[in-house]
Design a protein around this ligand. Structure first.
Ligand SMILES: [Cu+2]
Length: 334
């Protein structure tokens, strides 16, 4: 997203203030939000506000673009004179939140990654310093089966539970879900395709470090991973050539990932670098079952998701008495 002849002062993302940073364009992956301030300091006139589709919106000759008009007071009611083609929207200069690093060539020093932003929202900031109580490597890739290609966390497709986990948690039994990596000879897999309701446990008040790793060599896209129930700090992100899970694990265990543990930006959706990783940290304070998923709707629909269980059942808000349950709705007589 960019505005002709104007720069964008980004002041917040995903509802948390950041140290203002002036850029020429910002890339919004699915689910992300940015607050920007625009100074109308140009000649009175009309200027294109340009939206340039990437990933799915820039494939097989599909070049989605859209424009709006920034019209100054006293400007004529006419269209801006500049062309408004797809390629015209490729704004030069500094871009915040680049996608496809390693696949799209950006000029040197022309990108700012989210992890380089600085949080100034002290009210929402979490204390994430110290040794995490829990370090989880959450990795994904596309896997191809006779029925098609699936973006899978832990080589496993999330299957949606048949009832809401929070309000009907007493009905949940251990054979209804899996947790993390699933053995390929388990009952959740057949012909190499694994599917289950994946629930990861995080104790209340624990400090979690989640290392989200993209092992994909199929789609070359940055997946916007979105967590419900809490914001998180994005403390590091990087692109790695010939990435493997072990490389990232070793790097992290040997202290080879430099992390911003104070002042790192708060987000609820992080665009994970393709063939790379994002390290996020958060403090578990909001008991419940919370959905974690790729915010590209088709990927979430295909099961690129997991559920985070924060705290134990008795620590979660009680279900109101007579609360509706799945399947108890009756068709009215008429
Ligand atoms: Cu995705």
């Amino acid at each position: 997203m960019s505005i002709d002849d104007h720069r964008l002062l980004v002041v917040a993302t995903d509802s948390a203030a950041v140290e203002p940073i002036e850029v020429d364009s910002v890339i919004l992956n699915a689910g992300e939000r940015y607050d920007i301030v625009v100074t109308a300091n140009q000649t009175v006139g009309n200027y294109w506000i340009r939206f340039w589709g990437l990933a799915f919106c820039n494939r097989n000759g599909v070049n989605v673009h859209q424009e709006a008009i920034l019209r100054y007071e006293d400007a004529d009611e006419e269209l801006p004179t500049a062309n408004n083609t797809y390629l015209e929207a490729d704004r030069e200069g500094l871009v915040l939140n680049p996608v496809g690093v390693g696949h799209i060539s950006y000029p040197e020093n022309s990108t700012v990654r989210i992890s380089e932003l600085t949080n100034i929202d002290l009210e929402q900031a979490q204390n994430i310093t110290g040794v995490p109580d829990n370090v989880t490597y959450l990795w994904y890739r596309f896997n191809t089966f006779p029925s098609g290609s699936y973006p899978q966390l832990f080589n496993t497709t999330f299957s949606y539970p048949s009832f809401p986990l929070l309000t009907q948690r007493d009905s949940l039994t251990s054979e209804m879900y899996c947790s993390g990596e699933v053995p390929s000879d388990s009952g959740y897999c057949s012909d190499g395709f694994c599917s289950c309701t994946n629930i990861l446990n995080f104790p209340l008040n624990s400090l979690v470090e989640l290392v989200i790793v993209d092992l994909d060599s199929f789609s070359h896209m940055d997946h916007p991973m979105h967590l419900h129930g809490t914001q998180f700090h994005v403390v590091a992100m990087e692109t790695i050539q010939n990435i493997t899970l072990d490389t990232v694990k070793q790097l992290n265990e040997q202290g080879g990932i430099s992390k911003k543990l104070t002042g790192s930006p708060l987000k609820d959706t992080v665009s994970v670098p393709v063939s790379g990783y994002a390290v996020i940290r958060f403090r578990v304070t909001n008991p419940g079952y919370w959905f974690f998923h790729c915010h590209i709707s088709s990927h979430a629909e295909l099961g690129m998701a997991a559920v985070f269980k924060f705290g134990e059942h008795q620590e979660m808000a009680p279900t109101p008495s007579n609360f509706p349950t799945c399947g108890d709705w009756q068709l009215p007589d008429n």
